[in-house]
Design a binder for this molecule. Structure first.
Ligand SMILES: C[S@@+](CC[C@H](N)C(=O)[O-])C[C@H]1O[C@@H](n2cnc3c(N)ncnc32)[C@H](O)[C@@H]1O
Length: 275
C-alpha cells in the first residue's frame, strides 16, 4: 500500500485467520460442494477445455469444495491453505489428494512457470490486505506458464454486499422444543455477532477504488477487501497479466468492458492470462 498503513490492513490477517479456524467454520467449509454461483460455473467451464490434464494449483482450498471441480479438469492438482484445521479437514475428505499447508503470499515451494491454471476461489484473496493482495497476484503470475490463467473471485466495492449490516434471525418451526433450542442458540450467536460488529466495523476503511469492511459472514467476524472492476484490472496489468481479463459476475453475467454497470454484482470472477 502506498497510503499510510491503516489499522484494518494490519489487523485483518489475524482477525480472518481466527475466523477460518473456528470449529463452526471448519465444519461448514468441509460440507460445501458444487459451484458457489453461476459466474464461477461459467468461468470454470470457459477454462476447462484448454487446461484439461495440465497442472493446477488451488490456493485457499478450505474444506475442499473445489477439489472435485478442479480434479475433473486435471488430476495433476495441488492445493494449499494457510489454515491447518481446514487442511486437515480437506485431507480427511480427500485422502488421495495433494493438499498442503501453505500461504498464497509465498509460493516459493513452487518453481517459476509450473502451472497452467492457478485458482483462488470464493473470494479468498479478499482476506488479505492490499499489499499482500499484490504479493499474491505477483506470486500467481510467477508460477504460471506463459499463457497460463489465474482464476479468482473478489468482492465488488460497488455491489449489493458492500457495508453489510448485521441481521439476526431464527428459522421458524412448529416444534416447541426445537424452537426453544434454536432461540437459545440464536441468542448466543447474536451476542457474539453484536460484539464482533461493534469491534470490527470501527476498522472499516474506504479508499479510492477499494475498501476494507466488516462483513456479515462468520458472525461478523471477518474483515473483507472490496475492489472496483477498474482497480482490479489495473492491478492485474501492473503485475504483468494481459490487460483484457475475462470477467463474470456472480449472477453469471459477463463484463465485456471494464465499465459495465456492476451495481447488482456481489463479486466478480476474473480469468487473467499471463502474457
Ligand atoms: C472463503 S474460504 C474458501 C475456501 C474454499 N476455496 C471454498 O471455495 O470453499 C477462503 C479460504 O482461503 C484461505 N486463505 C485465505 N488467505 C490465505 C492465504 N494467504 N494463503 C492461503 N490460504 C488462504 C482460508 O484459510 C480459507 O480456507
Amino acid at each position: 500500500m502506498t497510503e499510510t498503513i491503516q489499522p484494518a490492513a494490519i489487523l485483518m490477517d489475524r482477525i480472518n485467520r481466527d475466523a477460518w479456524r473456528t470449529p463452526d467454520s471448519v465444519q461448514w467449509f468441509a460440507k460445501l460442494e458444487g459451484w458457489t454461483d453461476a459466474g464461477e460455473r461459467a468461468a470454470l467451464e470457459r477454462i476447462a477445455a484448454e487446461t484439461t490434464g495440465l497442472p493446477i494449483l488451488d490456493l485457499g482450498v478450505g474444506g475442499g469444495r473445489t477439489v472435485p471441480l478442479l480434479r475433473a479438469i486435471s488430476s495433476d492438482y495441488i492445493a494449499i491453505d494457510y489454515t491447518p484445521e481446514l487442511v486437515a479437514a480437506c485431507k480427511e475428505r480427500f485422502p488421495d489428494v495433494d493438499v498442503r499447508c501453505g500461504d498464497a503470499r509465498d509460493l516459493s515451494a513452487f518453481a517459476d512457470q509450473s502451472f497452467a491454471l492457478v485458482v483462488f476461489s470464493f473470494n479468498g484473496i479478499d482476506a488479505v490486505n492490499p499489499d499482500d493482495r499484490m504479493r499474491i497476484l505477483r506470486e500467481a503470475h510467477r508460477v504460471l506458464r506463459k499463457d497460463g490463467v489465474l482464476l479468482f473471485s473478489t468482492h465488488n466495492k460497488l455491489g449489493p454486499c458492500h457495508g453489510e449490516r448485521f441481521q439476526l434471525g431464527v428459522y421458524p418451526t412448529r416444534n416447541p422444543f426445537k424452537l426453544a433450542w434454536r432461540l437459545i442458540r440464536a441468542l448466543a450467536r447474536s451476542l457474539r455477532t453484536i460484539a464482533n460488529y461493534r469491534r470490527y466495523s470501527r476498522l472499516n476503511l474506504r479508499a479510492e477504488g477499494y475498501s476494507i469492511m466488516n462483513a456479515a459472514a462468520h458472525n461478523h467476524g471477518i474483515l473483507i477487501h472490496y475492489i472496483t472492476l477498474e482497480r482490479q484490472c489495473e492491478q492485474l496489468a501492473a503485475v504483468g497479466f494481459r490487460p483484457d481479463p475475462e470477467i463474470y459476475g456472480d449472477l453469471g453475467e459477463q463484463f465485456t468492458s471494464q465499465r459495465g454497470d456492476t451495481s447488482r454484482t456481489a463479486w466478480f470472477h476474473f480469468l487473467a492470462r499471463k502474457s
